[in-house]
Every structure is written in structure tokens, then in C-alpha cells.
Design a protein. Structure first.
Length: 281
């Protein structure tokens, strides 16, 4: 029986696979911090797959993570990686920039979104950042363009934001009241003491640092050249660009990890590449 590994799977897992994520959101997922390595024996897997994971790993940790993927694979095994496509994003940015500069209002809306897509998840200092605020707009004038970029996950997020809008202000004010009334004197004293000793800027720096290390922010971006070079530097061979529907893995689409049952890509903005771990000799 083939052993397929799905790393950082989130809700996108398959019962016949070995699925790992920081938090187990399904009985088929094992909770594990991948920064501590991949908990499988050497040369034990036929496929290592991860999508929308690599860009969240800090640059100086990338080599170690990829070496772990290499170690886990059997000789002749396949790695499949999906990342946001920097090349495609840049080409789209330049196109929308030119049109927006010519007073094209639709292109100007699309330009605003592309700028958020390029920079918000890299620079944000709180969960959701400017992206959630933008998606919460109603009407969202370039809604179809955004769906074409971020797919079904974007649709689900927008539906959720719209459903919660009416309750948002009431919920926020209620939470604030609960926080104020439930906060203990000891907790307040500890916080005030820390602020007095370290200063408010230090407290804010710690808050930002904790968020930046939480895994939500993007740490780097990749294109077909840089991702291919990374795979080769790790020791893989026969790199190739793939679509959401294509793979060296037989009957790839039946697992529904990159495509929905109707064949539509789950994350249309991703670049997919595959490579092989060479056999000895």
C-alpha cells in the first residue's frame, strides 16, 4: 500500500493519507508542529505533499523543512508543492496598474486587491489584516475577480463575514464589557508592572512578534524559478510545473486536495511543482 503524506493540511485532508497539522481539525489529522520535524521513518513515504505551507515558513528554516521532506520520501518518491505564484501575481499587478493609471475604475478596484494580496499577509501585525476588512465590504465591486483569485475559500470567508456583520458591533462591545469586568486585579497589576519595566513599545513588540511567529503571516514568496531551484538544492530531480489537475501521482484529482468535485481549483492562485527523490546510484 502506498504511503502518502499531507503536511499542514488544515481542513483539506484525505482518510487514506497520513495528515499532519499544528491543530487537528479532523479525526484523520494528527496534531504536530512541523518545525520539530516530520514524525515518520526515513525513506518511508511514496508522496510528500504540501500546499499553501512553504510561504509561511521563515527563510532560515526552509532548508531544514525541505530536507525533512526529502528524508521522509522513498527513493523514487514524489514531492508536490503548492505556493502562491509570485510571477503570476506580479504580471497581474503590472496589468492592473497600467489600466488603473488610465482611469479604468474596475481595474483600480482590482489593483487595490492585488496590492493587498501582495503585501498584507507579509506585513500584517494582527490576524486577518487589511484583507479581511476589504472582503467585508458589501457591495464588493470586484467580487468575481477576487473569487477568480482565491477560489472557494474566499467565497466561504466572504459569506461568513457578511453573515456576522450584523452581530459584529454588538459582539465586540459585549466582549469588551466581559473583558473589563472579568479582568482580575492581579492580572492588571502584572500587566502594568511589565509596562512600567519594559515600556509600551516593548509590550507592543512582543505582541507583534508573537503574531508574526503564529504561522499566519507569509514569510516569503516563490515563483517557478525560485521554487525549482529550492527543490534541486535539496537534492530532488526532474522538477516540473503542474496544474491543479495534473500530477505524476495516478488519479490525482480523486483525492480532491487541489480541486473540487466539479474540477474547479480550490486555490486558483497557487503554483504547483513536483520533483522526484533520485534512487541511489
Amino acid at each position: 500500500m502506498k504511503t502518502y503524506l499531507n503536511l499542514g493540511c488544515g481542513t483539506r485532508c484525505h482518510p487514506d493519507w497520513t495528515n499532519f497539522d499544528l491543530v487537528a481539525c479532523s479525526p484523520f489529522v494528527t496534531a504536530h508542529d512541523l518545525s520539530e520535524g516530520i514524525p515518520v521513518p526515513d525513506n518511508s513515504c511514496d508522496l510528500v505533499y504540501h500546499a499553501a505551507v512553504l510561504e509561511h515558513i521563515r527563510r532560515h528554516d526552509i532548508a531544514g523543512f525541505m530536507k525533512e521532506c526529502y528524508r521522509a520520501l522513498k527513493p523514487g518518491g514524489v514531492i508536490r508543492v503548492g505556493v502562491p505564484d509570485l510571477e503570476r501575481l506580479c504580471r497581474l499587478y503590472l496589468k492592473k496598474l497600467e489600466l488603473a493609471a488610465e482611469q479604468d475604475e474596475q481595474a483600480a478596484d482590482d489593483y487595490d486587491w492585488i496590492m493587498i494580496e501582495m503585501y498584507d499577509q507579509v506585513t500584517r501585525e494582527n490576524s486577518g489584516g487589511e484583507m479581511v476588512a476589504y472582503l467585508a465590504r458589501d457591495p464588493l465591486r470586484n467580487e468575481q475577480f477576487i473569487y477568480d483569485r482565491i477560489g472557494e475559500e474566499g467565497r466561504e470567508l466572504i459569506r461568513s463575514l457578511r453573515a456576522s456583520r450584523g452581530r459584529a458591533s454588538q459582539f465586540t462591545s459585549s466582549m469588551r464589557r466581559m473583558y473589563r469586568s472579568g479582568r482580575t486585579l492581579l492580572g492588571a497589576l502584572r500587566r502594568n508592572l511589565f509596562i512600567a519595566l519594559a515600556g509600551r513599545r516593548a509590550v507592543r513588540a512582543i505582541q507583534i512578534g508573537r503574531f508574526r511567529l503564529s504561522g499566519e503571516a507569509h514569510q516569503w514568496m516563490y515563483d517557478r524559478y525560485s521554487l525549482g531551484r529550492l527543490l534541486l538544492a535539496t537534492g530532488f530531480r526532474d522538477t516540473s510545473v503542474r496544474s491543479a489537475w495534473e500530477s505524476m501521482i495516478p488519479e490525482w484529482t480523486k483525492f480532491e486536495l487541489d480541486t473540487r468535485p466539479d474540477g474547479f481549483p480550490i486555490k486558483p492562485d497557487l503554483l504547483f511543482m513536483e520533483a522526484v527523490k533520485p534512487s541511489p546510484g
